[in-house]
Design a protein around this ligand. Structure first.
Ligand SMILES: Cc1cc2nc3c(=O)[nH]c(=O)nc-3n(C[C@H](O)[C@H](O)[C@H](O)COP(=O)(O)OP(=O)(O)OC[C@H]3O[C@@H](n4cnc5c(N)ncnc54)[C@H](O)[C@@H]3O)c2cc1C
Length: 482
């Protein structure tokens, strides 16, 4: 008897109910990954995500081999490949993680029916969230759209249980079906742009565990304050590991609670509480995507459907390349390009800059993030962009427009973040680092900065951008009347 263990966005063995269920019976287990971008509808994985996936699959295969097993790789429509594999190895059962996003949930249901017709039993588990999106509801039975009550309800309903350890052995089938080589999935970029990403990240379960340990040890206590500072390493940087399911949110949550208990704390420290609250934003994002499946493409607040966005290829390109003339924004966009990640504070500032100062549709920003972030996640990305644009759940009101200079001064007070990513401004004194255009000519000279040559001039002047954004917003607020 063989059970197919189908891996998806859950590339780990630890605390994984499908892995546990497959291994527990003692029957032969066939671990499979199917690379099927055509199954992903409008959001096939972006380039940075594919780089991560390649390395994460490599790591998963190593872990399986250490347990007497291995990962079978296929390419094509998941339903076709799984049916083929089921025939090749006479499988009677398939276990996997459940997809909780709308597109995935629909195709899961179809696949389940198909396999059932062939007499294959299918069991799917929620391995990626702390909560069940369909279960949490407001008192009036509706999905949550405001974070704080959602967080309260989530906290009250949490039942963490004991995390499941990775099995020591996984029984191999008598005969292995054919597998592609990882390189043949062609996930890695053809041109070598991923060197900066490789320097910063260690994809895979082991890398995730190390990242968690380092964070607990180094930064958890001060997280509530340091998480706002892009010039420090104050946040966990677990996002890509969570995105690819290399660590379970339960494992992370429990590790925080255990850590606090080990320090003899009665109740949680501010840092720990703030961190768990942030993890709950991830839950909230998935809750919203589950209940409002149209939101990656359409604003939750319907009046934004007629927002008068500008189309400007040159402004969009300046933003993407980190050449807007605003050092804090440019630093963020260059960090993203170089490392596949950007600090949350800076994500908010660059997103606000795109949708407000440049009046460019939030969907163009979400697409760019989708392609360049190693943690690109449909639920979190949609929530983040709609929040910044003012058109989503619990969103910042549109008229609150981040000032990129004030944001820089507040969260990067000595300009260390800007100097790291915009080296052409390194020699400017702190006083001018966030607004080089205002520096006296002799200061620019001494720092070797030539506006428009060594560093771009501003694509739009701050107050002009702000007024233009407010005027555009007034048009939708007044029902289209000027
Ligand atoms: C415009 C925009 C786009 C974003 N796109 C993504 C995305 O595609 N993928 C993604 O994982 N996050 C996204 N975020 C949320 C957030 O910026 C990242 O999760 C965070 O920066 C990851 O860094 P960290 O792991 O150090 O976070 P930590 O501060 O250590 O937080 C721990 C974990 O909580 C979750 N989390 C934290 N903040 C948020 C948040 N605001 N919303 C949802 N989950 C959160 C993440 O899984 C994160 O790893 C976006 C935010 C904005 C403003």
């Amino acid at each position: 008897m063989t059970t197919i263990l189908w891996f998806r966005s859950d590339l780990r063995l630890d605390d994984h109910r499908a892995v546990h269920s497959a291994a527990a019976r003692g029957d032969a287990v066939l671990p499979v990954y199917v690379w099927s971008p055509e199954d992903e509808g409008r959001w096939p994985m972006g380039a940075a995500g594919r780089w991560w996936l390649h390395h994460s699959l490599e790591s998963l295969d190593e872990s399986l081999r250490a347990r007497g097993s291995r990962l079978v790789l296929r390419r094509g429509r998941a339903a076709d490949e799984l049916m083929r594999i089921a025939e090749e190895c006479d499988a009677v059962r398939l276990v996997c993680s459940r997809r909780l996003d709308p597109h995935g949930a629909k195709s899961d249901a179809a696949l389940k029916r198909l396999l059932a017709q062939r007499g294959i039993e299918v069991e799917c588990f929620n391995t990626s969230l702390l909560h069940e999106p369909s279960a949490l509801r407001t008192k009036s039975g509706r999905p949550y759209q405001v974070f704080t009550p959602f967080w309260r309800a989530l906290e009250a309903s949490l039942d963490l249980g004991k995390p499941l350890s990775a099995p020591r052995r996984i029984a191999a089938p008598k005969r292995w079906p054919p597998s592609m080589r990882l390189a043949d999935l062609a996930l890695l970029p053809k041109f070598g742009w991923a060197g900066g990403i490789a320097n910063v990240w260690s994809p895979g379960e082991r890398g995730a565990g190390r990242r968690l340990e380092a964070f607990l040890h180094r930064a958890l206590g001060g997280y509530d304050i340091a998480r706002d500072r892009p010039d420090e390493e104050g946040s966990s940087r677990l996002s890509p590991h969570l995105r690819f399911g290399e660590i379970s949110p339960q494992r992370v949550y429990r590790a925080v609670i255990d850590r606090e208990a080990a320090r003899g704390r009665n109740g949680l420290s501010r840092g720990a509480y703030a961190f768990l609250r942030e993890l709950a934003w991830r839950e909230f994002a998935h809750h919203l995507l589950h209940h409002f499946p149209h939101t990656p493409e359409k604003p939750l607040r319907t009046n934004f459907a007629r927002f008068p966005w500008r189309r400007s290829g040159s402004d969009l390109c300046a933003w993407q390349r980190g050449r807007t003339g605003y050092p804090y924004v440019d630093a963020g966009m260059r960090q993203l390009w170089a490392t596949g990640w950007m600090h949350n504070r800076v994500r908010m500032a660059v997103a606000s800059f795109l949708v407000k100062h440049l009046l460019i549709d939030w969907r163009r920003g979400a697409e760019w993030f989708w392609d360049t972030l190693v943690d690109a996640d449909l639920a979190n990305n949609t929530l983040g962009w709609q929040w910044c644009a003012g058109c989503g759940a619990d969103a910042a009101p549109y008229f609150r427009i981040f000032n990129p200079i004030a944001q820089g001064r507040k969260f990067d007070p000595h300009g260390a973040y800007v100097r790291q990513w915009v080296p052409e401004l390194t020699d400017l004194p702190d006083r001018w680092i966030h607004e080089p255009w205002a520096a006296p000519p002799e200061v620019l000279d001494a720092a070797g900065v030539v506006p428009g040559q060594t560093y771009p001039r501003r694509v739009v002047e701050h107050l002009r951008g702000r007024e233009r954004a407010l005027a555009a917003f007034a048009r939708i607020r007044n029902g289209g009347r000027e």
